[in-house]
Design a protein around this ligand. Structure first.
Ligand SMILES: Nc1ncnc2c1ncn2[C@@H]1O[C@H](COP(=O)(O)OP(=O)(O)OP(=O)(O)O)[C@@H](O)[C@H]1O
Ligand SMILES: [Mg+2]
Length: 211
């Protein structure tokens, strides 16, 4: 059985940490899965990622940002995600369309219904089966994110450089989406320790994956 799982949340909330723990879990259970991320996940997407996340590109127009994310997602969905789901794999993706609704909608102020319309046209409104939203105060997430950026020596920091107020809109935006779709989006307390969060995530998987 194929399942499309996404992880969402503000910078530094623990997405990559939990995705790696889930991947190790599925590997041990010998469940076929694919791990991927946005922006990126394809050759074209990794180039779009560099444009989107580099702080050399401060001052990018919100609409430019939106269309770059959507362009990345079309390529990613058609080239990587859909074929893997057709092969019966579980797909775990680090951010997906909810991130665009929240960052470019709640964050940048673009019209939410209009963004929804773009997704409907570009991606037939594809939704993940299950989304884990790791929620925590923005001050905590950003502190963690900056520490990781320093450690990884990456310059993918355009969003981390946004004001606190921007990140608060992102957190609130995600919580609004979760209230609208409680069946799909599971909100987890990102302040809990890694192992406890992982066990909670596993408990929400269908029985066929829990093994
Ligand atoms: N539950 C946790 N408790 C404390 N620290 C954590 C927890 N989960 C992750 N961390 C630490 O916080 C930092 C950020 O975690 P991680 O990279 O998983 O977050 P992320 O959501 O993927 O961030 P980004 O949005 O920047 O990709 C890492 O140094 C990680 O070790
Ligand atoms: Mg990450």
């Amino acid at each position: 059985m194929s399942l499309f799982i996404t992880f969402e949340g503000i910078e530094g909330c623990g997405k990559t940490t939990q995705i790696n723990l889930l991947a190790a879990f599925l590997k041990k259970k010998e469940c076929p899965f694919l791990l991927t991320r946005e922006p990126g996940g394809t050759k074209i997407g990794e180039k779009i990622r560099q444009i989107l996340l580099s702080s050399d590109h401060a001052g990018m127009e919100p609409m430019t940002e939106l269309f770059l994310y959507v362009a990345d997602r079309i390529q990613h969905y058609r080239q990587v995600i859909a074929p893997a789901l057709r092969d019966g794999k579980t797909v775990i993706c680090d951010r997906f369309a909810d991130a665009t609704t929240v960052y470019q909608g709640f964050g940048r102020g673009l019209d939410l219904a209009w963004i929804e319309g773009v997704h409907a046209r570009a991606l037939e409104n594809i939704k993940p089966d299950l989304t884990f939203l790791l929620d925590l105060p923005v001050e905590v997430g950003l502190k963690r994110a900056w520490k990781r950026l320093e450690k990884d020596k990456t310059e993918e920091d355009r969003f981390e450089k946004e004001a606190l107020d921007f990140h608060r809109r992102i957190r609130d935006g995600y919580l609004t989406l979760a209230r609208n779709e409680p069946g799909r989006i599971i909100v987890l307390d990102g302040m809990k320790e890694e192992g406890a969060l992982h066990r909670e995530i596993v408990s929400h998987l269908p029985c066929s994956l829990q093994g």
